[in-house]
Design a binder for this molecule. Structure first.
Ligand SMILES: Cc1cc2nc3c(=O)[nH]c(=O)nc-3n(C[C@H](O)[C@H](O)[C@H](O)COP(=O)(O)OP(=O)(O)OC[C@H]3O[C@@H](n4cnc5c(N)ncnc54)[C@H](O)[C@@H]3O)c2cc1C
Length: 461
């Protein structure tokens, strides 16, 4: 049975408009936002419009033994959507309807192709927010962010995607459709499959509907920029703010390399005479915001820093646009941008910052570090050129050292970007072989023929 026959069957079941085969178009699906990975074109891309069509794709894939690579916007940073074995890329972008906003239960029900920001815009008139906000909030899909269990800038106070997913509809590898969870706040019926599929990176099932929790929008907020002349002081201030039992909505760090690069790129008025800055936002009811902001100012001063407060929405937006510009700004300095997301307990953030600085010096690499410092989640970003093999060898060695440093501090390989193909070889470092075997058994149980996103997280051999 040939790929040509499979494509004919897909055209029959989904219609001509939902099947893409031209070489130029297929090329667009051969990579994602991850650097330094081989590209691979799929044989065909499908754009199903509903769950029935997703089931049909799965059945045809089974019949013709073709792998399926689910894809939202392809902004992931672990090679999660690269179709490394060819086959079918299943794009969810046409399943982009917000099915329901339910203010009495504080939930929304969406299809997987809904863009995160679109959901937030839709719930804003109800005085509600959906907090998970990766830097790609304006482009990433709900399905991709659930499958990746994305974090973002508000993770410190509000948690990450898994804390908001209440129910899922999933098409399994055998074409069965299951629904787990729902709108109830409590649900302990059976194993927690909602959690299992959240963060499963498209390897266990295709998510076709999502019920998420919404929360009331905060009444007030205060946004501050803190500058430090020593990197360690910025790291210590992060731990001390939390130590004061202040949980900001956002507590982000940018080191000197990142600040200088962003300022040259975006001209937002960041100070360039600092070793690091923190961007801090406290929110909640006005009295609490006031006292938390005062506590933050005290902690920053104690750690030798200074604070400037955003006086209005325009100044606030400038600061957040500076933070969102961090990766695009760094990426324009060199052709290849290797972004990591090793994560440590917050009390170890200073050790991790200094370890990354030291690794950069020893391997003679430019590393800009920014990230969600309040979550212990740093993004050391190595600027390199993939055409320079000698430099890339130093990059790979430095990345391994970053992983080892994070693990030795009690951290993890990935706080929010997932494993995909980029980090799967390092899994045993964190979980040991028995841990990896458990992952394989779960994959084997749900997808014994290895049809769904094969080659990601674990290999079935
Ligand atoms: C500049 C930049 C900033 C970023 N900032 C952050 C950040 O702050 N925090 C963070 O966590 N991430 C961040 N990311 C990573 C990425 O944007 C997020 O993981 C995002 O949520 C992925 O959404 P997507 O629609 O692009 O998913 P994709 O990249 O298309 O897919 C991600 C994974 O989910 C699977 N998948 C997609 N849809 C489905 C589905 N319906 N069912 C099953 N599996 C599916 C795919 O196979 C893949 O494994 C950033 C990336 C970039 C480039």
């Amino acid at each position: 049975m040939s790929v040509t026959q499979a494509i004919e069957a897909l055209r029959r079941e989904l219609g001509e408009n939902n099947v893409i085969t031209t070489t130029e178009d297929l090329f667009c699906y051969s990579y994602d936002a991850t650097a330094d990975l081989p590209e691979q074109k799929p044989d065909v891309v499908v754009t199903p419009e509903n769950v029935d069509q997703v089931v049909k794709v799965v059945k045809i894939a089974r019949q013709f033994r073709l792998p399926i690579y689910p894809r939202g916007s392809g902004t992931n940073l672990s090679g999660g959507t690269v179709p490394i074995k060819g086959g079918i890329v299943l794009s969810t972008l046409k399943m982009n309807r917000i099915l329901e906003i339910d203010p009495s239960n504080l939930t929304a029900t969406v299809q997987p192709g809904v863009i995160i920001q679109d959901l937030n815009n839709a719930v804003a008139p109800y005085g509600l927010i959906y907090p998970p906000d990766p830097g790609t909030v304006a482009t990433a899909t709900m399905g991709g962010s659930v499958a990746e269990c994305s974090g973002g800038l508000r993770g410190l106070k509000y948690g990450v995607t898994r804390h908001y997913v209440m129910g899922l509809e999933v098409v399994l590898a055998d074409g069965e459709v299951i629904r787990y969870g729902g709108k109830t706040v409590k649900n302990v019926t059976g194993y927690d499959l909602v959690r299992l599929f959240t963060g499963s990176e498209g390897t266990l099932g295709i998510i076709t509907e999502i019920i998420v929790r919404l929360i009331p929008a905060p009444q007030a907020r205060e946004t501050m920029l803190a500058g430090f002349s020593r990197l360690a002081d910025a790291g210590n201030a992060v731990a001390d703010i939390i130590g004061q039992k202040v949980i900001p909505a956002t507590l982000e760090i940018m080191d000197r390399v990142t600040v200088e690069t962003v300022e040259n790129f975006a001209h937002v008025g960041l100070p360039t005479d600092v070793a690091a800055i923190l961007l801090i936002e406290v929110d909640g009811i006005p009295e609490v915001v006031k006292s938390e902001a005062a506590a933050v100012r005290q902690v920053v001063a104690k750690n030798g820093g200074w604070v400037k407060t955003a006086e209005n929405d325009e100044e606030r937006e400038k600061l957040w646009s500076a933070r969102r510009a961090a990766l695009p700004a760094l990426a324009q300095r060199k052709p290849t941008t290797i972004l990591e997301d090793a994560t440590v307990p917050r009390s170890k953030i200073t050790d991790m910052l200094l370890a990354v600085e030291d690794i950069g010096k020893r391997y003679n690499l430019v590393i800009g570090t920014f990230g969600h410092a309040g979550d212990g989640n740093l993004h050391p970003t190595i600027l390199a050129d993939a055409r320079d093999e000698e430099e890339m060898e130093r990059v790979r060695a430095a990345v391994e050292e970053i992983f080892r440093a994070a693990l030795s501090l009690g951290g993890t390989l990935s706080g929010e970007h997932g494993i995909g193909i980029a980090k799967k070889q390092f899994l045993p470092w964190e979980m040991g072989n028995p841990g990896v075997q458990v992952l394989k058994k779960i994959k084997q149980a749900l997808d014994p023929d290895n049809l769904l996103n094969p080659g990601k997280i674990v290999d079935l051999t």
